[in-house]
Design a protein around this ligand. Structure first.
Ligand SMILES: [Fe+2]
Length: 287
């Protein structure tokens, strides 16, 4: 198991989701694994949360936010990410469920950023042939050190649970942290505002992850349950594609996979990880 343990300091000192809050039964233990470390999560009563490393019996930092349980194996260098949209009263805020995927969590982030797969993987929902072209978009690194892709547009037959017709959807993607990625997409009923979907990805080890989705959809015309089923339908289409990717870890070597223009955000994401020495879940190569 040792080879699957994380040595990246920034990941060890960061927060990661390790459970959905609703999956924890009071007074019973839940076991999971984070970056090769087996953890036991317990909740006594409503508030007494403990996350303990099974090998050593030592407690690690833990917290509960956005309906998820978070843990940090080292010393937290920053807070859990802040999402201002969670303060907007006209949004549903809910978990879109969790799904275990046999691939590196970095691959799951990259797939989430990739518009090119919509017509082929989410046919009839997020894309359709012959509309397969990914139009040029912009990628920047923000002052807060996030990867940001803007001006992304894609024609979608059934873009969201409230869509009634095909629409040209505006997207913004943001990679907040190596294993946390979000997309903002135009709301069909209120084109000036955007629905937000965040993926919090738990690196179980370098080749396995659990993807938790957090949905911040505008409430207008939408039941929370419909938002959740839509997310689960879409992610069930991604899972087999992700599990077929080889190698399971994300290669940093640009020669390992041929980049095309549609991959601009993925090229930036890989470089951003490499420049920050985040290699857990990746195949790094000597620079
Ligand atoms: Fe997908």
């Amino acid at each position: 198991m040792g080879e699957f343990r994380c040595v990246d300091r920034s990941l060890l000192n960061d927060w990661h989701v390790v459970a959905e809050r609703s999956a924890l039964m009071s007074n019973s233990a839940f076991t999971t694994r984070l970056m090769g470390h087996d953890l036991q999560v317990t909740l006594d009563g409503r508030y007494n949360l403990r996350v303990v490393e099974l090998d050593t019996g030592e407690e690690v930092c833990s917290d509960s936010r956005y309906g998820f349980i978070w843990a940090c194996l080292g010393r937290p260098e920053r807070d859990i990410i802040y999402l201002p949209e969670t303060n907007e009263a006209d949004r549903h805020l809910l978990s879109g469920g969790s799904i275990a995927v046999r691939v590196s969590g970095l691959r799951a982030v990259e797939n989430f950023l990739d518009m090119g797969h919509f017509p082929f993987v989410h046919t009839g929902w997020l894309g359709d042939e012959p509309h397969t072209e990914v139009l040029p978009y912009n990628v920047t690194i923000t002052a807060a050190d996030e990867v940001l892709a803007t001006d992304c547009k894609f024609l979608q037959p059934f873009a969201s649970p409230t869509a009634r017709a095909a629409m040209l959807v505006d997207y913004i993607y943001k990679v907040f942290r190596p294993y946390t990625v979000a997309l903002y997409k135009s709301n069909p009923l209120d084109p000036d505002r955007k629905d937000l979907i965040v993926l919090f990805i738990q690196p179980v080890d370098e080749e396995n992850c659990i993807v938790y989705s957090y949905l911040c959809y505008l409430k207008r015309g939408l039941e929370a349950a419909a938002a959740r089923s839509f997310m689960q339908l879409i992610f069930a289409q991604d899972k087999p594609i992700l599990e077929n990717q080889r190698p399971r870890r994300l290669p940093f070597d640009p020669r390992a996979e041929t980049p095309i223009r549609a991959d601009a955000v993925s090229v930036h994401y890989r470089r951003w990880l490499r420049d920050r020495s985040v290699t857990y879940g990746a195949i790094a190569y000597p620079v």
